[in-house]
Design a protein around this ligand. Sequence first.
Ligand SMILES: *Cc1c(COP(=O)(O)O)cnc(C)c1O
Length: 393
Amino acid sequence: MSDHLMNTYMRQPVTFTKGEGVWLWDTAGEKYLDALAGVAVNGLGHAHPKLVAAISEQAAKLIHVSNIYHIAEQDALADKLCAISGMDKVFFCNSGCEANEASIKLARLYGHNKGIGNPEIIVMDKSFHGRTMATLSATGNRKVQAGFEPLVSGFIRVPYDDVDAVKQVASSNPNVVAILVEPVQGEGGINIPKDSSAYLETLRQICDAHGWLLMVDEVQTGIGRTGTWFAYQHTAIVPDVMSLAKGLGSGVPIGACLAKGKAAEVFVYGKHGSTFGGNPLACAASLATLAAIEDEGLCAHAEKMGDLIRLGFQSAFADTPAVKVVRNAGLMIGIELDRPCGELVKMALEAKLLINVTADKVVRLLPPLVIKQDEAHELVKRLSEVIKAYLKQ
Ligand SMILES: *Cc1c(COP(=O)(O)O)cnc(C)c1O
């Protein structure tokens, strides 16, 4: 291990050398079940043959040019993303925080264009939007912000899943230009609105009534994760702006900010840019990812496997009151305990299983979309044993 890395991560004592599907192997040749997928990135699992071929072929032709020129792979990816989302235009970048930076800049510019000189954006408690200055300021978690003050101004925070709080802001604040919301909160603890369709649909109505933009952060929920291409597709709404990253490139860094209608016309020449964003390699990886998800029916599969895993845990923990609730939106699965449980990550690792704990008490699972039924059963078996052993201590 190198002493030359900044201490930004508490790393687990393991190094992986190769993977296949939901499986990973470490330097000692030990095999692990990956129920985290690089935090919702490796939707196709590891070393998917079609992804490997697409990346290899593209690398041999052209990795990068510049957005100063037309990029055929970027044109094709923009067309594909708009076709599956109903959005009109795309800006490509390299990560989730950059996609949200683009959304925030777009909303502010939209406000200025309407004559609002001090535009504000409504954001949620327990949200996570990234680690850049604007996105950590939008994030509803003090731990992410502490030490980085002064924060970027122009965000108004309300509780998640509380439309009355949004209506209250609407009645008293003429500077609001947009709402930024995760359809399901990932880092915040797999928080699913009580009635997810009604929540987004009511936010849509409020935005329409006030001329605000509805901006969904689908960095974690997007690209098949919840059982549809995008989580808002479980509802009747289409957003004005959507940010994507994580699963979009299967590990080759790429992010995207999509916009529709009036929002799609806000960015004009010179207003935003990115050196790497949407380069030929990243776009080829993303096109191959989307094609594989479509060809293999992975959206519907994710929904089926997610429900199967939730039911498996619900029955495993039926007589375990310390497990308060198991909830899921497709393959975003949360197991909420009645106590902090960060130690479970290490215990699971010893049981050759990769998981994550977020919001102190919530075990978060984000397995590859390609997880098979027997692998889903194996995940439930390994993890319920680990959690039960932990609770006995
Ligand atoms: C991970 C995440 C981000 C940040 O993405 P990065 O690629 O790490 O910048 C933003 N929003 C949500 C909802 C996320 O889950």
